[in-house]
Design a protein around this ligand. Structure first.
Ligand code: BTN
Ligand code: NA
Length: 618
């Protein structure tokens, strides 16, 4: 962080501190400060956006470290910073096992999705669907992505605003408007490069804010050993739970295995992340950025879980929720910071800046990816226009998405469920079917367009059936009667859902509805692949030669060459072709002796440009 940024943050947190404790309405002053912070920064990196290519892909010149921080920031919003500590405070450290899913959740994107997407030189990840299937599949995929990201942004805009409103009297919709407008302007004017570099700064603020609160919190709890004793005796250190029951909300299986599918839907096929991979200088840089996300994610997971433990060490079981100072556990973290550190100058302000930074980086990434896919997948293929008009149009799109997201924030307000579970459920309900669609295309060459569309449709139907059914029956069983004096009463729309359990039991659906939300991604992507394959075989599977080159990953060939290397390590064969010798793979009459050399030969013939890369790789 440069000196300029440091003084901005100090300025911001000092003023926030003043404002937060002055009797005057803090609303607009904080908003102004956040705006100032982001606009100073964003101008620092903006430069003139000459072309849509530069606006959307930073001229494909990004290095792996800033990209890694930006990749992590995309899906680390205030939801993780507020929701994860609340989860750990209430249920212990079982959620921490989601960190195990980051291993495969990043290795598979680095070695399967990135090579396929990077070598196709895609403009948007949904262009892959048109190359592999047809335009209709591309449009369905784009629509599903837009739907998913708009709802997710509603959650990540609403979360910090809700917490601020509950604890500092900050006007709820004033904060929502502030976050929405800062992101809209940031993205509409700056493009990917500005978003990536502000993401880097926001991530530093995010980590700093959490670390400071943790260190002071441990001190407040009476030191490290005292704090450890309290959380251990309070049963918040949960061991590994190997219970195979898929309806148990958090076990090693739902988090460590179910989480892999969640990660693949985000870091493998989500446009926001793929756009960053595609903006890398080379495929190698893109892979490196994917690898470097791993430690960043582990650090942020550790910080938010430890913060939950520190909160428990300070409050024990009589939490502000029991004492009815707050109305939902998602307000606990900010209450903890304001209540425990109100005398520490600048800390509440810094933590508020940390929350806002976390959300701004997520929402600006999401805006940028939404503007990209709308331009590239929905508008450009149908209307030709000049660069200037295209860049102007993508800026207008970012503004219109901002307005839609504010409306979504209101919908989230009505849902009144845990923000972390809401965000992860959305990823599972829509991200899962999209993951299934891409897996159908990449791993199953016989899949055809009809299979892809019906597969996606059935995956979405299944996910909304289970997701909403689970939400409603869950609400029926656990609709808590909020304290009478609470501000947000349960909207009357939920009053009459007590009938749901009776219907659910009659239909014997209880098992399905009580499936852990962490399995949504795995279940839905599996349904898409299964239905996609069945329909493809019923309507005539795609022939090998008809699959356009570079859109299939040769699982068998790669597996065989890896096995070959394991069996005979002496044969120092070059890297197995990461993909694309689909003619071998596809016709099924692969000569058994097609060792790695020949497969590499075939690969290079069909991909001369990668020859350079192979040499540099070696
Ligand atoms: O913070 C958010 O906005 C969403 C909650 C976390 C999203 C998932 S959880 C697994 C993976 N790790 C992250 O840091 N984000 C994603
Ligand atoms: Na973020």
């Amino acid at each position: 962080m440069s000196l300029l940024e440091l003084c901005i943050v100090n300025e911001l947190s000092f003023r926030l501190q003043l404002v937060l404790h002055s009797s005057a309405q803090p609303d607009l002053q904080i908003v102004a400060l956040i705006l100032v912070l982001h606009h100073r920064l964003y101008y620092a990196f903006k430069g003139r956006q000459r072309t849509a290519e530069e606006f959307l892909y930073a001229d494909r010149s990004m290095k792996c470290l800033p990209l890694a921080l930006s990749l992590m920031a995309s899906f680390q919003s205030a939801v993780a910073i507020i929701g994860t500590p609340a989860e750990v405070y209430a249920n212990g450290t079982q959620y921490w096992f989601i960190g195990c899913s980051y291993i495969l959740g990043l290795l598979i994107p680095a070695h399967i999705f990135i090579p396929v997407f990077y070598r196709l030189q895609l403009t948007s990840v949904y262009q892959y669907l048109e190359l592999r299937f047809c335009k209709a599949v591309r449009i369905c995929g784009t629509a599903a992505f837009i739907f998913q990201m708009v709802i997710y942004m509603g959650v990540s805009i609403y979360t910090p605003a809700l917490a601020l409103n509950a604890v500092t009297g900050f006007h709820l919709w004033g904060a929502v408007l502030a976050i929405g407008s800062v992101c809209t302007l940031n993205t509409a004017l700056g493009g990917l490069k500005a978003v990536v570099w502000t993401n880097v700064f926001q991530t530093v603020v995010m980590f700093t804010g959490q670390l400071v609160v943790i260190i002071l919190g441990v001190h407040e709890a009476g030191g490290l050993s005292e704090a450890w004793a309290k959380v251990r005796d309070g049963g918040r250190i949960s061991g590994i739970d190997l219970n195979p029951d898929p309806t148990v909300r958090h076990t090693f299986w739902t988090l460590g295995v179910g989480g892999v599918f969640l990660m693949l839907s985000l870091y493998g096929v989500n446009q926001a992340q793929v756009q960053r991979y595609l903006s890398s200088r080379s495929e190698r840089e893109a892979k490196m950025s994917c690898y470097m996300v791993f430690p960043c994610l582990q650090v942020s997971l550790m910080l938010s879980c430890v913060m939950g433990l520190v909160m428990y060490a300070c409050y024990g079981d009589n939490s502000p929720l029991e004492q009815q100072y707050i109305t939902s556990k998602d307000q606990m973290v900010l209450y903890f910071v304001m209540d425990t550190f109100q005398n520490v100058p600048g800390l509440p302000g810094l933590f508020v800046a940390c929350l806002f930074s976390a959300s701004l980086s997520t929402v600006s990434s999401a805006f940028n990816s939404l503007a990209t896919v709308t331009m590239v997948d929905l508008i450009k293929p149908h209307y030709s226009m000049t660069e200037a008009r295209a860049t102007l149009l993508s800026k207008m799109l970012a503004v219109s998405y901002g307005i839609i997201c504010l409306a979504m924030a209101y919908v989230v307000h009505l849902m009144n469920s845990s923000v972390l579970q809401a965000a992860l459920s959305i990823f599972g309900m829509v991200g899962g079917p999209l993951l299934g669609l891409f897996c159908l295309g990449i791993f199953f060459p016989c899949a055809n367009s009809i299979g892809a569309v019906t597969g996606l449709a059935s995956g979405l139907v299944m996910s909304f059936w289970v997701g909403i059914g689970g939400f409603l029956s869950g609400m029926a069983s656990s609709v808590q009667v909020l304290p009478l004096n609470s501000t947000n009463t349960v909207p009357d729309v939920f009053e009459n859902i007590t009938a749901v359990p009776a219907i659910v039991d009659a239909a014997g659906l209880n098992g399905l509805y009580s499936l852990s939300y962490m399995w949504y991604s795995a279940l839905n992507s599996f349904i898409v692949v299964l239905v996609g394959l069945v329909i493809s075989f019923l309507t005539g599977p795609t022939k090998a030669v008809d699959v356009s080159s570079g859109t299939v990953y040769p699982v068998m060939t790669t597996a065989r060459s890896l096995l070959h290397r394991l069996v005979e390590p002496s044969a120092c064969c070059p890297d197995p072709p990461e993909h694309m010798n689909e003619t071998h793979e596809m016709t099924g009459n692969v000569e058994e002796d097609a060792g790695t050399e020949e497969a590499t030969e075939v690969f290079l013939q069909s991909n001369p440009e990668s020859q350079v890369e192979q040499e540099t790789d070696v």
